[in-house]
Design a protein around this ligand. Structure first.
Ligand code: ATP
Ligand code: ZN
Ligand code: MG
Length: 397
């Protein structure tokens, strides 16, 4: 066996429905892992390492992997997948991978892993979808909001984000307000060959702020400690979101820095659930008009290892999350381009948002990943606009 590969059986059987979820978490197990793979039957784990590792250290890595496996897979119950719409079989004219063509045309420029600049074609496509999402927002008379890209650590702490998604957090800081520190930085700051800045950590201020991982949280915080009027709140906003997805960062499919459009509902349970359902039906029409191939099915959030089993089971049991999974013909797979979410009264309770009767408010959101929807569209319809749905052909100047 290649000394850079470790292979072993998982300590607990990994059910097929959890393979992707467990595999994506293996990226966070050890910095020496370059690639982690679980066999299709879930009975073999293989790790590619960045460099050869002594046997004793191999055992340490294996032990950490097994901790992930046991924690996520042992006693896991297969949730019943609920399919609300299934248009995966719609014929679409293209079957290539858009990435090489986007890079070749200079439509996509990779700044770093998971960070891309988008050119006119992708921007026009995103604008087209944005107009449909804004149409959806208008159909609910949603009020527009603009939220910052930064979010206070205290906010995320208050809603349990550190426990649920520690692995994907992105932190923001600045130099300490100290002339000597700032002068030393200005004189000597430089990046090494790996792009690492050679600045000692003590030069930075303590971390109070992160890069925001979602849009709707900001709305809930504006409503904290308030009593809502009887008609509730319907809002919409678009924003930069950050999720550090490590080895899973890949093409436009999985970014560190991406943009999300949300339509957000805050009110009583029926208000939120009825609007979430209405939003799904209205988007079904929009996707139908362009012949988009996708399916809407129940899903769960990518909770970190220790929280995963309980939280995922809870989400499934209460039908809290549905994903719009677009077909990617070139890989015979699907990609979540949006989700329909219901948080029950979680934010209402944690942030003290009250209904007129004093009980905690319920919240829900419809969230679309803008880079992903443009990418999935190109994956299905390709680069020749004459093959596109007629309503979209006029978007190119
Ligand atoms: P996934 O299942 O792919 O990890 P998610 O369940 O974490 O996504 P949500 O929290 O529902 O995603 O976010 C709403 C939408 O934002 C997703 O449907 C997707 O389109 C987009 N999105 C989420 N994470 C990323 C990412 N890392 N890169 C690009 N888009 C993303
Ligand atoms: Zn949301
Ligand atoms: Mg998901």
């Amino acid at each position: 066996m290649n000394p850079l590969t470790l292979q072993f059986a998982p300590a607990a059987a990994i059910p097929v429905h959890l393979i992707g979820e467990v595999q994506s978490k293996l990226a966070y197990v050890d910095e020496r892992i370059a690639k982690a793979q679980i066999s299709p039957a879930g009975d073999q784990i293989s790790l590619e390492l960045k460099r050869a590792v002594p046997t004793a250290e191999q055992a340490v890595i294996e032990e950490k992997v097994q901790r992930v496996v046991v924690s996520m897979a042992q006693g896991a119950i297969r949730p019943k997948v609920q399919v609300l719409e299934d248009y995966l079989d719609r014929p679409t004219p293209f079957a290539g991978d858009p990435m090489p063509e986007l890079l070749r045309r200079g439509e996509l420029s990779r700044e770093a892993n998971g960070i891309y600049a988008l050119g006119p074609l992708l921007s026009h496509l995103i604008d087209w979808f944005e107009r449909r999402f804004l149409g959806l927002a208008e159909s609910f008379s949603a009020q527009p909001y603009r939220f910052p890209t930064l979010i206070p650590a205290q906010y995320l702490e208050r809603v349990g984000y550190f426990r649920a998604f520690p692995h994907s957090l992105s932190f923001a800081t600045h130099l300490r307000e100290d002339l000597d520190q700032i002068d030393a930085f200005a004189a000597g700051a430089a990046c090494d060959d790996h792009g690492n800045l050679n600045v000692p950590l003590e030069r930075f201020a303590p971390i109070q702020t992160l890069l925001s991982p979602a849009v709707c949280y900001h709305l809930y915080f504006t409503l904290a400690d308030q009593t809502l009027s009887p008609q509730g709140i319907t809002a919409t906003a678009v924003g930069n979101c950050f999720r550090y997805e490590s080895l899973n960062l890949q093409s436009l499919e999985r970014l560190w820095n991406f943009t999300m459009r949300e339509v957000i509902f805050v009110g009583d349970k029926d208000f939120v659930l009825e609007n979430r359902e209405l939003a799904r039906q209205r988007m079904q029409r929009v996707f139908g008009e362009i012949g988009f191939a996708y399916r809407v099915e129940s899903a769960n959030d990518p909770f970190f290892i220790g929280e995963f089993r309980k939280q995922a089971a809870f989400q499934s049991a209460f039908q809290l999350k549905y994903e719009i999974r677009a077909r990617l013909p070139f890989k015979d797979g699907t990609l979540a381009v949006g989700s329909y979410n219901y948080h029950q009264d979680f934010f209402g309770r944690h942030l003290n948002i009250r209904l007129p009767d004093g009980s905690p408010a319920h919240t829900g959101c419809v969230a679309f990943g803008l880079e992903r929807i443009a990418f999935a569209f190109l994956a299905q319809f390709g680069f020749d606009p004459t093959q596109w749905p007629s309503s979209m052909q006029e978007i190119l100047p």
